[in-house]
Design a protein around this ligand. Sequence first.
Ligand code: EPZ
Length: 421
Amino acid sequence: MDTLRIKGPARLSGAISVSGSKNAALPLLFGSILFDKPVVFENVPRLWDIETTLSLLASMGAQSEWNKEAARVTIWPTITKREAPYDLVRRMRAGILALGPLVAKFGEARVSLPGGCAIGARPVNFHIDALKQFGVTLDVEEGYVVAKVRGQLKGAHIVFPQVTVTGTENILFVATLAEGHTKIENAACEPEVVALGEMLRACGAKIAGLGTPVIDIEGTSLSQPPGPIVISPDRIETGTWVAAAVATRGHLTIRNTDASKLSSVLDAFRAMGTEIRVPDPSVIEVMPGNNFLPIDVQTAPYPFFATDMQAQIMTVACLAKGTSRVRETIFENRFMHVAELRRMGAKISVRRNLATIEGPVQFKGAPVMATDLRASASLVIAALCAQGTTQISRIYHLDRGYQRLDEKLKALDVDVERVKE
Ligand code: EPZ
């Protein structure tokens, strides 16, 4: 497992370009199952999770071609096996996104339960309960969800007990091809859900209310996508670069992004005293700051502060003068980065889902361990501010969601090295 060695302190100044969004790409790639002819995707990020998704599709019989330089993926959705195997789904819980398209297209699926992960149990009961309302019978056998449709899928009235991003995405797939009307209440409003809905609408789906908590769908048939499906910029990668620029007091221009998709994140950093300019909707300019104000932030479903940015802003809060509070309301165990940040000098106390941060501290380089995707990003930010060298182990977590972060850092003159173990 590779380790990232970073020598701090660094100051991120210059310009970087954001890659395509992991969380937008995954549902769209699984959506290729709905079609009969080849589907082309552009601006696809080079991530392990994309690799895993293409392997999952290949295990079902779909061939794919990935031109990594051109960031283009072509999928020939010749599905011969309606199963998503455990050894791949356990690597990437988003493999559950095979369930909706397989049920919608073929009326049957055998998809491994994803199992838990570092940030929580992350069950899929909302997905299963919602599918049952379309007339799908679902049983759990040997760790697999076995789904079967008797006759025709029928539209349903779904009320999710809690906002679920991939749960909403799975239901969008099924409702699009079900007979009659579906209403989803407490639907996820994340931009990635909207992007999926807009792709389906471009293929003839009748969907209203995307981006709001109530989505109405009239079942219909789908035509082939009219052209390549372009993956939108990664709003969490963008937010991570903003956090790193703020933390290192750098002057960073972030290109190829969409500032409108992370307003609550930009507002939080502005509330900490940072000047952030948006000269163009696709450009964010972080101005060098000098002292940070403490912040109270609570994660919540979009459009509020993203849980996927919680670890990153916690690192910045360690540098603020005073007491900051971070409350995590989405996942029950998403403070795994706290212990590692403490090893670098952070003063953070945790009580249930509330972290209290005392600052400012001066981070010191240390050997630390990545535990999950966004926690590893928070450790990189701390390492950039630290005095001395930090070794971050298990950075496959980072590679799952950030395209060649070490190379992008190196291009900003950071003293960083990937050490293969
Ligand atoms: C998506 O995960 C994202 N992943 C996550 O990003 C993100 O953190 C999360 O949404 C919340 O925004 C992808 O889009 C691939 P949920 P998802 O269903 O859909 C509970 C990253 O860093 N729940 O919205 O799996 C669940 O345990 C990843 O890129 C149930 O209890 O999350 C959690 O507490 C991490 N039963 C909450 O709801 C269910 O059936 C929200 O989960 C489903 C969810």
